[in-house]
Design a protein around this ligand. Structure first.
Ligand SMILES: [Zn+2]
Ligand SMILES: [Zn+2]
Length: 275
């Protein structure tokens, strides 16, 4: 079944990604206000009430701002780790329901399989996502201080990877943030810089990957061209042919997760199977 996704919003102003396979649609994060989320879904041709689930990566408001009110208004269940549930104080809200996501345990949602992979970030129990439909797989990681070996492993087999490229190190260092905040962002529990992403693309990107989306770019501490150049250089240096997209706060159009067609079986292979 065709797997496709569409970033509805990205960065500190609010994160949400729509993922669809057949009639199953889920949101990864709900960091925009409920009305904005509904409008962006509708302009993607999607009825907000048709969503099966909203998956939360972590409790920070740029990922969870609209979750409770969206859930209540449209009757869509929320799902995330126990830590996210507690830290986002979702129990205090009348929500359509909350399903606990056990990190590392795949669960079915309609035509999709979803998996939460723990990631290093200064939140209660943050996760990246692997979303699969048949052989098609999307890896989705925002807000992480470094790329762990287990994340590289979890993304094996993905044909599309969305990863944050939050800051340009020079711009962050010389930029307007107070030093304590700069330290937090630079730390192994903070965010990924353009150089971190370049190293991941060179050494960790799965061989199966055909599409990379750079996301969660800081508007103060990064520039899309700086992020693009760092990523392109890394991909060129290792001879990878990958479509590279960068999302700003307004998101992207639909991106198909392309599963390469297997070559048609040869006559001799067919004969073998016939025996
Ligand atoms: Zn964030
Ligand atoms: Zn965060």
């Amino acid at each position: 079944m065709r797997l496709r996704f569409r970033v509805l919003g990205s960065g500190s102003s609010g994160n949400a990604t729509l993922v669809e396979a057949g009639e199953t649609r889920i949101l990864l994060d709900a960091g925009l206000g409920p009305r904005e989320l509904a409008e962006r879904l509708q302009s993607a041709g999607v009825d907000p009430a048709s969503l099966s689930l909203v998956l939360l990566s972590h409790e920070h408001t740029d990922h969870s701002r609209g979750a409770a009110s969206f859930s209540r208004k449209w009757g869509v269940r929320l799902c995330g780790t126990r830590g996210t549930y507690a830290a986002a104080a979702l129990g205090a809200e009348e929500i359509a329901g909350y399903d606990v996501l056990e990190p590392g345990v795949a669960r079915g949602v309609g035509s999709l399989m979803v998996l939460g992979e723990p990631i290093p970030h200064d939140a209660a129990a943050p996760v990246a996502f692997v979303i699969a439909s048949g052989e098609a797989r999307l890896g989705h990681a925002t807000d992480l201080g470094h790329v762990s070996a287990s994340l590289v492993q979890a993304f094996e087999g993905c044909q599309a990877v969305l990863i944050e490229s939050n800051y340009d190190p020079g711009m962050l260092r010389d930029g307007p943030y107070p030093w304590s905040l700069k330290e937090r962002i630079f730390s192994p529990l903070g965010h990924l810089g353009n150089g971190d992403v370049a190293r991941y693309l060179a050494a960790g990107l799965p061989a199966s990957c055909r599409d990379v989306v750079l996301a969660h770019l800081s508007e103060k501490n990064n520039h899309p061209e700086a992020a693009r150049m760092a990523a392109e250089r890394a991909l060129e240096a290792c001879g990878r042919e990958v479509r590279l997209a960068i999302t700003d706060r307004d998101g992207t159009g639909w991106i198909d997760v392309a599963v390469p067609r297997r070559p048609a079986p040869s006559a001799s292979q067919l004969r073998l199977w016939g025996e």
